[in-house]
Design a protein around this ligand. Structure first.
Ligand code: GRF
Length: 200
């Protein structure tokens, strides 16, 4: 068995996808270890999930760069420099709200993956779950889905690693549909890491 893959997980919120990875590793389903959890928001509950699991955390906000009129690319470059010493084999954007430029991605070629709650090319960008549900309510769609893809500078583009269809049900509310979507995300985030770490 190869050494466990070194994962860095980037979050901005609740961290339920981070938790799915923590649980999969604890259950022996992934030959991986999470060496760092990074959040751009201090109050992200995902940081508490990491601390509870004994995983080091890093709070890396964008605000100081904005306040100093520094460019987003400075943030990206500085974050990359902060992560390089952890020697990540894979960086997982699990609900990370910032878009990365090449100033970050170039340091980790084909090693940054992103989870997005929509199928390729359909609802790129923010509020994908709400936008898909609105299309369903207009009778324009029977299903949506989620995917894990390689991160590239173009938002939510990049080669797809895993995707899953998430159907709408006739009596769905946004909440019931979002719950079904998140359950699917928790599965594909583990599947994607398994695919990329079992090839080692
Ligand atoms: C997920 O739906 C993810 O696809 C989206 O934000 C949510 C993150 O959820 N970008 P969590 O923080 O992992 O619970």
């Amino acid at each position: 068995m190869a050494d466990p893959a070194r994962l860095i997980v980037l979050i901005s919120g609740g961290g339920s996808n981070l938790q799915a990875l923590i649980d999969a590793i604890a259950a022996g389903k992934l030959n991986a270890q999470i060496v760092l959890v990074v959040s751009n928001r201090k109050d992200a509950f995902g940081l508490q999930r990491a601390e509870k699991a004994g995983i080091p955390t890093l709070y890396f906000p964008l605000k100081p760069y904005r306040d100093a009129n520094r460019d987003r690319t400075d943030y990206d470059a500085d974050l990359a420099q902060a992560l390089l010493p952890y020697r990540p084999d894979l960086i997982v954007m699990a609900g990370w709200m910032h878009i990365f430029s090449g100033h970050f991605l170039a340091h980790f070629p084909r090693r940054v993956i992103n989870l997005h709650p929509a199928l390729p090319g359909l609802f790129n960008g923010t509020h994908a779950i709400e936008r898909a549900f609105a299309a369903f309510q207009q009778g324009e769609m029977t299903h949506s889905g989620c995917m894990v893809h390689y991160a590239i500078p173009e938002v939510d583009e990049g080669d797809v690693i895993v995707q899953a269809v998430v159907p709408f049900l006739p009596d769905d509310t946004l909440e019931t549909f979002a719950a079904r979507m998140h359950a699917a995300e928790h599965q594909i985030i583990v599947q994607a890491v398994h695919i990329l770490t079992s090839q080692r």
